[in-house]
Design a protein around this ligand. Structure first.
Ligand code: MG
Length: 373
């Protein structure tokens, strides 16, 4: 657990601009809700989520033990302050404030951002403006700002707890609508940490459509023959009693079919091209490792909408194991379990499967390609 930081993720916004009848943070996103996807970015960091009082129960049951739900205030600023008071962090703790609707933030940048924040105790993620910025009075341009000096603020905003405490105690200007503005208005220096425009805030339905613009489907099929001398690995778990399957890797036929379905959807070839069966470094490798490698690559551009795997095996009986397999695959891919389904069937004694010579698996996968920006 990261002891040196806490996160505050205000989830008080309504769904009005998204045309939703419920808070935007509860909208479906990558097989879970938006707030859950954003929370997952802060795994290992104690997190506080201020929410509207009338939705507190919903958020509490959804978030469970992943974060501390606290009652928010009338404004975002008040909500963050309420969370800060509940957390009551040590003065040296970093307080990371992040929008619930920015699920595309890259957490691998956090260590560098914290290091950069050290000099002034306050830092915001921001991107340089790419459009020319006009200062407008009603409907006429008053002046053109020097674009080189215009940056667009994002979150996270990061502050030393002692600095936030001092600013709150000094009665903040009501015009300060966020913490960075409050800190600036009280004369402190706020660092800018260059971010990416991919760290987009979801405010309009188009934001989701743009970022998840294209759906692509793929199919995978794999067969391995039985080898009673080997352990049986299927869907990422070991199934006691076997019989095992013969292969260069652990011969996990279900994972191989899933990998091929996802590679097919992505237009990225097949498992044999990625992991040749004459590569000595792959001998005996667990297919969970192959899946992790493939998904690490594909997940840069794709989300898995869902995958469905059918394992064909006469023996052993697989139904008792399919939920553990789903759990394992969801864990490896860091996705919600509802995105993966696994079924098992016999072939009623027919064919090579029915004669217990081996197993086969089919998989289909639907990927959603994020717009490259
Ligand atoms: Mg195979």
């Amino acid at each position: 657990m990261n002891q040196k930081a806490i996160a505050i993720i205000p989830a008080g916004g309504t769904g009005t601009r998204m045309g939703l009848p419920y808070p935007k943070q509860l909208m479906p996103f990558r097989g879970q809700t938006l707030i859950e996807a954003t929370l997952a970015l802060f795994e290992g960091i104690p997190t506080y989520v201020p929410v509207p009082l009338d939705h507190r129960d919903v958020f509490e049951s959804l978030i469970g033990t992943r974060a501390q739900v606290v009652t928010g205030g009338a404004t975002r600023h008040e909500s963050v302050r309420n969370a800060f008071e509940s957390a009551n962090p040590h003065p040296n703790t970093w307080v990371i404030i992040h929008d619930a609707a920015r699920p595309y933030w890259d957490p691998s940048t956090l260590e560098r951002a914290l290091a950069a924040a050290t000099s002034h105790g306050a830092l915001i993620y921001a991107t340089p403006a790419t459009d020319t910025v006009k200062w407008v009075d009603r409907d006429t341009v008053e002046k053109t700002l020097n674009r080189d000096r215009v940056w667009l603020a994002q979150t996270p905003q990061i502050f030393k707890a002692s600095l936030l405490r001092a600013c709150y105690d000094a009665t903040p200007d009501p015009m300060a609508t966020d913490e960075a503005t409050m800190v600036e208005m009280q004369g402190h220096t706020v660092m800018v940490f260059p971010s990416s425009i991919a760290n987009k805030k979801i405010t309009q339905p188009e934001d989701v459509l743009h970022l998840q613009s294209s759906l692509r489907m793929g199919h995978g099929y794999d067969v391995h023959r039985f080898d009673a001398g080997r352990p049986l690995f299927l869907g990422g778990i070991e199934i006691p009693g076997g019989p095992g399957l013969l292969g260069h890797s652990d011969a996990d036929v279900a994972i191989h079919a899933l990998i091929d379905a996802m590679l097919g959807a992505a237009g990225r070839g097949d498992i044999g091209q990625w992991f040749p069966d004459n590569d000595p470094s792959l001998k005996g490798i667990r297919s969970t490792e192959l899946l992790a490698r493939v998904w690490a690559d594909l997940s840069v551009s794709f989300d898995l909408v869902n995958a469905d795997i059918t394992i064909q095996a006469q023996v052993p009986k697989l139904a008792p194991h399919t939920s553990a397999m789903r759990q394992k695959l969801a864990e490896i891919m860091r996705i919600d379990i509802s995105c993966i389904n696994i079924k098992a069937t016999t072939t009623e004694g027919l064919g090579f499967i029915g004669e217990c010579q081996g197993m086969a698996a089919d998989a289909v996968a639907l990927l959603s390609q994020r717009r490259s920006i």
